[in-house]
Design a protein. Structure first.
Ligand SMILES: Nc1ncnc2c1ncn2[C@@H]1O[C@H](COP(=O)(O)OP(=O)(O)OP(=O)(O)O)[C@@H](O)[C@H]1O
Ligand SMILES: [Mg+2]
Length: 352
């Protein structure tokens, strides 16, 4: 049975300190959603609320038809996989996996059969009789995964499950987690601060900052169409240029930077442009050339990228990064212009 998970207007405190502010999140049945954000933004706190280790100050948590908000943790039936595998050191691999089944009242024969089948699925059949101390980090993590999956929980939650593993194993394991999650159709909430991991494993990603969700979307949308400056910066739009519209003529909008540089932008390529906005661009999205229309800049340090030259560009309103063609080598101190490449830029609401 697959179910949805809904957090509705959750606020949470530790003592008098607020750590989550009006957080709402709806995960569809069978979906894997990641919480992505820097250290201390409230990812683990969100999982603790869903697991029942912490009570929200206000708001509700719903798993399918069940209201979890005030339900005791042990009645929530959630599979948890954490960073430190928390295996029982005195139990064999098989008994570790079977542990949750025993708690749920299954008989010995059935427990062993289910544990063996799950160990087969995570590729650890030949390790069933080993003790955890005799396993590698990746093997321990797979046991932890098997232990969470074997109880067939309606919800799986992962908190940085791969952060103790080396780079190669992390990639292998995230593919493995995704495969098992898909095969079982288990609704999942996954926490990481690694953008690549979140984007590669998730149906949708929630980007968090200071206890709030800044945007929840498919990875493609986050990467190409961030909704605000915070998310834009997070996914690599290094240039955020504050602009004000000074004239409108049909689809053509004239806008100025804080330094007074003028750009003409067409709403038929950029979409609707409000009176005050932020033009967001990765270095790829600001073309450097000797002359033409655009933002006047003085070039600084040049970096060879293989496919282009990247230039530090100085203006009175701030410094930007733009890319220029390999066919034209420009030196530091040269006066140049930056022209937005429409399909590589986003128009964002003004922060102020
Ligand atoms: N038991 C606690 N008592 C008081 N404050 C806490 C407690 N646990 C966490 N906090 C604070 O709450 C905030 C959110 O912490 P949380 O553990 O949810 O962050 P996180 O996003 O999981 O970070 P990380 O990526 O470092 O694991 C932080 O400012 C943290 O210092
Ligand atoms: Mg955490």
């Amino acid at each position: 049975m697959t179910v949805s998970l809904t957090l509705d207007h959750i606020t949470a405190h530790y003592g008098s300190t607020q750590v989550l502010e009006d957080l709402s999140l709806a995960i569809k049945a069978g979906e894997l959603v990641s919480l992505l954000g820097s250290s201390g933004c409230g990812k683990t706190t969100t999982l603790r609320l869903v697991a029942g280790f912490l009570e929200p100050t206000s708001g509700t948590i719903q798993l399918g038809e069940r209201d979890l908000t005030r339900l005791a943790a042990h009645k929530r039936d959630i599979g948890l996989v954490f960073q430190n595998y928390a295996l029982f050191p005195h139990l064999s691999v098989r008994d570790n996996v079977a542990f949750g089944l025993k708690q749920r009242g299954l008989g010995g024969t059935e427990r062993t059969a289910k544990a063996n089948a799950m160990l087969e699925r995570v590729g650890l059949s030949s390790f069933a009789d080993r003790m955890p101390a005799a396993l590698s980090g990746g093997q321990k993590q797979r046991v932890a995964l098997a232990r969470a999956l074997v109880i067939e929980p309606p919800l799986l939650m992962f908190d940085e499950p791969l952060s103790n593993l080396d780079a190669k194993l992390r990639v292998d394991m995230r593919v493995e987690i995704r495969r098992l999650q898909r095969a079982n159709g288990t609704t999942s909430l996954y926490v990481t601060h690694d953008q690549e991991e979140a984007f590669s494993i998730s149906d949708r990603v929630a980007i968090m900052n200071a206890g709030r969700i800044m945007q929840l979307d498919r990875p493609e949308v986050l990467y190409q169409r961030p909704a605000n400056s915070f998310v834009a910066r997070f996914v690599g739009f290094e240039n955020l240029i504050g602009m004000t519209v000074t004239a409108r003529d049909g689809e053509t909008v004239t806008a100025v930077t804080q330094a007074g540089a003028t750009l003409k932008l067409s709403q038929s390529v950029f979409g609707a442009i409000p009176d005050r906005f932020v033009l967001a661009a990765r270095p790829d999205g600001l073309a450097v050339s000797r002359e033409g229309e655009g933002i006047p800049v003085t070039l600084g340090i040049r970096t060879y990228l293989g496919r282009a030259y990247q230039y530090q560009c100085t203006t009175p309103a701030g410094d930007y990064l733009g890319n220029g063609p390999l066919t034209e080598l420009l030196d530091p101190g040269t006066a140049a212009v930056l022209t937005p490449v429409p399909e590589q830029c986003c128009i964002l609401p003004s922060d102020a």
